[in-house]
Design a protein around this ligand. Sequence first.
Ligand code: ADP
Length: 267
Amino acid sequence: RTLAMVASPLPGEPATGAVLVLHDVTDLRRLENLRREFVSNVSHELKTPLTSISAYAETLLNGAMEDEETCRTFLQRIEEQAERLNKLIADLIALARLDSIEQAFELEPVNATYILQKSIDEHQGVAKSKQIELISVAPNDEMEVIADSDGFQTIIDNLLDNALNYTPAGGQVTVRWRRDGEWSRIDVEDTGVGIPREHQARIFERFYRVDKARSREVGGTGLGLSIVKHLCQVFGGSIRVTSQVGSGSQFTVLLKNGQNSNGQTWM
Ligand code: ADP
């Protein structure tokens, strides 16, 4: 916070006022702490898979390579850890882009129906392999949202990845969308593990995970929802979650409707 006080000259007197500017350093300090915490998290997240890769490679070179079975298992582990690094770096690049002031999105009416259907189709394979039923409930006519099309796809892909990752076999994931006045509303609902109330506000923070081990196991980076929230805000919309442990979670995205009340595209 900045407080500025200006001493005005008396009527008829020349302007010789002084300006006193007081900066509230608590905000700056808070930002600096957040930045430090972020750098330390990134270092840790990068180091963990690298340490693992080195250890497997070293064990292989020290003789484990002789046994074909062990060799295969260790190489698979190395591949998994490399994949994790890849995902983490891709998420970090996405975040850095969102943070940079130069990133100006071309906001325009985007065919949400097409992207939602495409993302659902692309996730059907994983859903089947996990024995999860993935369905959509949607209006007959097309829905448009004000967004950037790649960014909108990132939002939907991330929410679907999570819904499938945190739902056990036999569960259900439902994607619903509809127009709601000047907004378009998208719900991604699952019958999964749920999120305890005290964690619900924090899952949108960078690297925040309810259960670190579980997130790692499903290949999570802890960055997905922070990217999703950032995108929703850049598009002038919002995201919220309601959830109950053991019964499931529902993520609701609200974005500006791309059509006016006559169904015509804006802009
Ligand atoms: P991650 O890569 O760990 O999934 P996210 O930022 O996407 O990171 O999500 C943060 C955390 O929020 C997850 O680690 C998980 O604990 C929780 N979470 C996200 N989506 C769901 C969901 N559909 N059901 C249960 N927990 C979820």
